[in-house]
Write a protein that binds this ligand. Structure first.
Ligand code: ADP
Ligand code: MG
Length: 687
């Protein structure tokens, strides 16, 4: 019996209904049971004297019920007072019945488990688990708590793990992977799993809770390794496919460069060459172009698009939102139409006749460059000869989505080249892990003539000053953004807040033209608003974070960001990148709501001191607010069971080494690691 091959229902007592529930959690084999790891632990191994309790403790206590009464406060509840030799505590139940009331009658000896908090009667535990004292022994191990066990109790899952551990006791062990000899921890994989599922009480609990225990680090290493391996395998598979090898850039390419009205920066030229070399290969290129906001990534996209067109191939350019896609349409049309290139436009909003005629021009090859959103890759969209896909500001395409591109490439064995452009500054150590399947280019230089943005950090009680500053700036011909942010995730609320702010500012700044842009406007309204701003008809644009990426209005030189302490540094950097694009000296005002904590101060100071996205990202990594580096959507793209790229990034170098070595030396083991950690490729890396 092999743990990795035996299905869960080979365990006694696991029937069809339970295995179905487990399957929903991607748990199919006994090995999968072991790799569903606890998210936290409870210490139920000892009894804490009531007199020693503090709010926030999660503990087992034992005592005798002193009194038990229904109380009528703001909410009706049942309150039992439990007493031991050292003190008293209240047990409060908001939902209760007669039987419960009886079980808690005065004089009953009780054992309880729960979290201590400050309540109306002093220290209390709300809805503790309880049983008669001394009815059973205390467990001798910490109690693991598992992530989402839909329709399955924690206890039931713990029993399953215990059964699999039993098998391990009887010699059914997982193979230790030879590659890990010199890795992070000397623990054997079996011992590591055992420790993580059933930690002894003397374990370093703080380390365990943080995921820093050697057993967890060992597992985290293996998990990150699995992810890198699958990225590399997927890359190797892509290398086996063919792509059209482009001839070197020619006349059209030169014509575009000549028409730009500026010369490429050294960084742009270097990246343009890297991209052109990629496109000359007969296997699909997969290149990430990283460049800070304003570094001029669009030109690189345009040059490579022209390169494809020169080779008789089509290009699809995809942006994550309509507004960004429209900006690209605008820029690319300006550059490409004079070169007699046919630019088409496809988004989800385009329907009916318009859509079918666009689809026709795409299928016939008449449309040479097609700009749009995700709609470009719907299943009924066909290309004539798609040679290059450019994805802008998109964190990453999932492995399976990438494979689906094959279809658009016209055959099972061909795939278009891919260029991914991102302004999200990612520290290099993380790039290795997130993009192990891609080649990376960095545009590490801004076009000349940009003056760095001066940033000030102010409490929001100085709002009036800021408003008069906006007033005087706009009266001298400058344009400004006023960015409203709300902590609520709800877009509706954000838009409402922006509306209220715009109305108020319009009263306070009656001499200025004030525009409003937010996510609930139709894309036509948004485009119109942006166009008015670009033409200078609007002085002050009140906006939600919809302007975060890609928007380019060089005359805008002032930006006020409200509640800046609530945004991630990467996001603040993106927003601020909307200014400092023209000749005028630009200023950014970060308003915050006092008081600002130590971390908050440090973070906003980073923004004040630096304009360099990569530096900011590194600092963000150091100071780290939870998960903000990648933003909500992006963190969804790499779901780890135990690893945490930020916490564990010190291991990434070793992980990269190991994955390379393993793929050369021992493919079987490499695939076994992937199978352990990644149940299905679809789970991995979704857009
Ligand atoms: P991003 O990298 O943020 O997408 P863009 O491609 O939007 O940046 O470029 C920002 C602005 O800089 C645009 O107005 C673009 O025309 C201009 N630009 C790009 N490259 C250069 C250059 N080499 N010299 C001067 N201006 C440039
Ligand atoms: Mg851009």
């Amino acid at each position: 019996m092999d743990l990795d091959k035996s299905p869960v229902d080979s365990l006694k007592g696991v029937g069809p209904s339970l295995s179905e529930k487990l399957a929903k959690m991607s748990i199919h084999t006994l090995q999968d049971v072991l790799f569903h790891l606890p998210s936290r632990y409870e210490d139920r191994t000892r009894i804490t004297p009531i007199g020693a309790l503090k709010p926030g403790d999660t503990v087992v206590i034992e005592g005798e019920v002193l009194a038990c009464d229904v109380t009528f406060g703001r909410r009706r509840s049942l309150l039992a007072i439990l007493e031991d030799k050292t003190g008293r505590i209240g047990l409060r139940f908001f939902h209760f019945n007669k039987t419960q009331q009886k079980g808690l009658s005065p004089g009953s000896p009780l054992r309880c488990f729960g979290e201590v908090r400050r309540g109306a009667s002093g220290l209390e535990i709300y809805h503790p688990e309880y049983s008669r004292a001394q009815e059973s022994d205390l467990p001798d191990r910490l109690t693991p708590v598992y992530p989402s066990t839909e329709g399955l109790s924690q206890n039931r899952y713990r029993q399953l793990v215990a059964r699999v551990m039993d098998l391990m006791d009887h010699g059914e062990v997982l193979k230790e992977l030879p590659v890990l000899e010199n890795s992070i921890s000397r623990l054997n994989i079996n011992d590591a799993l055992r420790l993580v599922h059933t930690p002894p009480p003397e374990i370093d609990l703080a380390a365990l809770m943080d995921g820093r225990h050697p057993a967890q680090q060992k597992l985290a290493f293996e998990e990150m390794l699995a992810h890198q391996i699958i990225l590399r395998i997927s890359r190797e598979e892509i290398n086996l496919l063919t792509a059209p090898g482009f001839s070197p850039p020619a006349a059209l390419h030169r014509k575009l460069q000549a028409s730009l009205g500026f010369t490429l920066t050294n960084a742009q030229s270097r990246v343009a060459v890297e991209v052109a070399n990629d496109l000359a290969r007969r296997s699909p290129a997969l290149r990430l172009v990283q460049g800070d906001v304003g570094s001029g990534k669009t030109v690189i996209a345009a040059l490579s698009a022209v390169h494809a067109v020169e080779n008789g191939l089509q290009v699809a350019i995809m942006a994550p939102t309509e507004i960004l896609a429209e900006q690209h349409l605008l820029n690319l049309s300006n550059w490409l139409i004079p070169l007699d290139i046919n630019v088409a436009w496809l988004t989800g909003k385009i329907k009916g006749k318009k859509r079918s005629s666009t689809l026709e021009t795409m299928a016939s090859g008449e449309a040479q460059v097609i700009v749009g959103t995700h709609a470009l890759f719907q299943s009924d969209v066909h290309f004539h000869n798609l040679g290059l896909v450019i994805i802008d500001e998109q964190h990453r395409f999932g492995v399976h989505q990438r494979m689906a591109l094959r279809e658009k490439g016209g055959s099972d064995t061909a795939m278009p080249h891919q260029l991914v452009m991102t302004a999200t500054p990612i520290p290099r150590t993380l790039t290795m892990s997130l993009y192990a399947d891609m080649d990376c280019s960095v545009i590490d230089e801004l076009p000349p003539g940009r003056s760095p943005v001066t940033t000030v950090v102010l409490p929001d009680n100085r709002r009036e000053e800021v408003i008069s500053r906006v007033d005087s700036a706009c009266r001298t011909g400058a344009q400004a953004y006023w960015v409203c942010t709300l902590i609520e995730e709800s877009e509706a609320l954000q838009c409402e807040a922006a509306e209220v702010t715009a109305t108020r500012l319009a009263e306070e700044l009656s001499g200025l033209n004030i525009g409003l842009i937010h996510g609930r406007l139709s894309s036509q309204e948004k485009t119109e608003r942006m166009a008015e701003f670009k033409q200078g008809k609007i002085d002050l644009l009140v906006a939600t974070t919809v302007i975060e990426v890609g928007v380019d209005v060089p005359n805008a030189s002032l930006m006020v960001i409200e509640n800046s302490e609530r945004l991630g540094l990467a996001q603040l950097h993106q927003l601020r990148g909307r200014i400092g694009r023209g000749e005028k000296k630009s200023h950014c005002v970060l308003l915050y709501h006092p008081p600002l904590g130590e971390t908050g101060k440090k973070r906003l100071n980073v923004m004040r001191e630096s304009d360099d996205g990569f530096f900011i990202a590194e600092q963000d990594l150091r100071i780290r607010g939870p998960g903000e580096l990648f933003g909500a959507k992006q963190s969804g793209s790499l779901q780890f069971k135990i690893a945490d790229l930020i916490r564990d990034h010190h291991m990434l170098g070793a992980v990269a080494e190991a994955s390379k070595r393993l793929l050369v030396k021992d493919q079987t083991t490499a695939r076994a690691i992937v199978a352990r950690w990644i149940t299905s490729p679809e789970e991995f890396s979704q857009v």
